[in-house]
Design a protein around this ligand. Structure first.
Ligand SMILES: [Zn+2]
Length: 303
């Protein structure tokens, strides 16, 4: 499903894994056309038919910007550019090699999620090297009236960037902010393995706050009104989460039990009651636990 956010700006619900309100992509129509994130490879058909429904010829797409290489963001990029034959993929320089040769990326996804779940993400096609470029921190490109500026924001992952559309003050956050998932309306910190960096994530949020964006265009999920308070809330959520996981980890080092306790704590913090956390959401919370545990372990060994 595709909805217009404002003139020339659309939100696509990629219906990831058949779920509504789980993974978003965005499209910007100006003299040039940019797609920001693509969703999973398995959502390609939805992406193509949504773009068709607003009358956009795929040959008009100039840029496919991926906020990072995780498959819910970049999974469909390789297959998409086979259809959008004039499009160039833009990514963080550290992400380029993973998209040109996605074998390692796919393998690590299989390790994290298991083969059966990873298969649901679809086949990640390589992007030909001549059709992808790395973008520097603070680099910008004009689309017409709109202009995109890229910000390397590496707390979530070393290959992560945010995109700021300057004319309308729209911040495409990628996973630099928390996510909320269907069936369990809490905000889950974006602390995924293998290289989540707590202080990096906090300084990313401070830098993004300094842009004074009007709207946050989040992948998980949708458009949120931006304000100083929204960023301060994100920062205090990260601190709370670090302290929670750190003290749960002291009591027991079983990730499944820490995840159960974390689900309860999130429900309490956000004042929601659900009888059972949906399986896929629980998996995302477990990843956020694992990423924070990994961070704390790295910190402890560094001393
Ligand atoms: Zn994501």
């Amino acid at each position: 499903m595709i909805t217009q956010v404002q003139e020339g700006v659309y939100l696509i619900d990629t219906m990831a894994l058949g779920l509504k309100g789980f993974v978003a992509a965005y499209v910007l129509l100006d003299e040039k056309v940019a797609l920001i994130d693509t969703g999973y490879a398995s959502s390609l058909d939805v992406l193509l038919s949504d773009l068709d429904s607003i009358g956009l010829e795929l040959s008009r797409v100039d840029y496919v910007v991926v906020t990072h290489v995780h498959l819910d963001h970049a999974g469909a990029a390789g297959s998409f550019v086979k259809f959008a034959t004039n499009a160039r993929v833009l990514a963080h320089p550290k992400g380029v090699k993973h998209l040109v040769d996605p074998e390692r990326l796919v393998r690590s996804v299989e390790e994290v999620y298991g083969r059966a779940t990873a298969a649901c993400f679809g086949r990640t096609e390589p992007i030909p090297p001549e059709r992808i470029s790395g973008v520097d921190d603070n680099a910008s490109i004009p689309l017409g009236k709109m202009r995109l500026r890229f910000l390397h924001t590496q707390g979530h992952a070393p290959h992560h960037l945010c995109v700021y559309e300057e004319a309308n003050a729209l911040l495409f956050t990628g996973d630099s902010v928390s996510g909320t998932y269907p069936g369990f309306p809490v905000f889950v910190p974006p602390s995924v393995p293998p290289s989540f960096d707590f202080f990096g994530a906090v300084s990313d949020l401070r830098r993004l706050m300094g842009l004074e964006p009007r709207l946050l265009m989040t992948p998980h999920f949708g458009v949120r009104r931006a304000s100083r308070d929204v960023f301060e809330d994100e920062i205090s959520l990260l601190h709370w989460w670090r302290d929670l996981i750190s003290s749960e980890k002291e009591r027991c080092d079983d990730v499944e039990s820490i995840t159960d306790r974390a689900c309860e704590a999130l429900a309490k913090r956000f004042g929601v009651y659900v009888k059972e956390v949906p399986g896929y959401v629980r998996l995302n919370i477990k990843l956020a636990v694992e990423g924070m545990v990994g961070y704390l372990d790295r910190l402890a060994t560094r001393g």
